[in-house]
Write a protein of this length. Structure first.
Length: 202
């Protein structure tokens, strides 16, 4: 929400600045070496952080929305600062005054879109959307090949935040002793991102 409000504000002020340029008003953009150096160092630092998270915590960012949000924030910082430096150089050193507000509008639209896309994805996970067919097929294969004493009949899986709520209906012989524990049956789901599994023995 905060990122969206900030992006809207930047778009409004940049549009006003573009309007002034079209009307012939003198809009001066200053960029000295100190500010440029600071922005370049910020880009390098954020890029290193993004690379570190992407390489070392790639699996964690895929399953943890908090880590994924931090990685996205670093990427957006790198992209926005890079566009800001290029636009400022074009405006301050080459006289292209419209480059600075145009670059600000472009990067603000991208950041607003990326965070909106992330928000929609997380909301879908919170409301219990059905898992992807590929994941359901992977669950069915794991459950079907785990033990010869049972067969997988029905597989259901729903998003449960960053994890899944899984329902497996397993068919077993009527002569199977009750001492076969649910812990033993639940082993196929243990390595997966499953918070709670429901088993129905037929």
């Amino acid at each position: 929400m905060l990122m969206g409000v900030g992006s809207v504000y930047v778009i409004i002020t940049s549009t006003e600045q573009l309007t002034d340029i079209v009307k012939g008003k003198n809009v001066h953009v200053a960029l000295d070496r100190i500010n440029g150096t600071i922005m370049v160092l910020a880009i390098v630092w954020k890029a290193l952080l993004y690379a570190w998270i992407s390489k070392r915590h790639s699996a964690l960012s895929a399953s943890n929305p908090g880590v994924a949000a931090v990685a996205l924030d670093h990427f957006n910082d790198v992209l926005s600062n890079l566009v800001a430096v290029i636009a400022a150089v074009l405006a301050a050193w080459y006289g292209l005054d419209a480059a600075d507000p145009a670059g600000a509008i472009a990067i603000s639209l991208y950041i607003a879109y990326s965070w909106l896309e992330t928000s929609i994805e997380q909301v879908q996970h919170l409301v219990g959307r059905t898992a992807d067919p590929e994941f359901l097929e992977e669950l069915r294969e794991a459950a079907s090949t785990y033990s010869e004493r049972m067969q997988c009949d029905i597989v259901r899986a729903y998003h449960f935040g960053p994890r899944y709520l899984v329902e497996l209906e397993m068919v077993m012989e009527s002569s199977t002793p009750l001492r076969l524990s649910l812990i033993h049956i639940s082993e196929p789901t243990r390595p997966r991102l499953i918070s709670y599994a429901v088993f129905c023995l037929k």
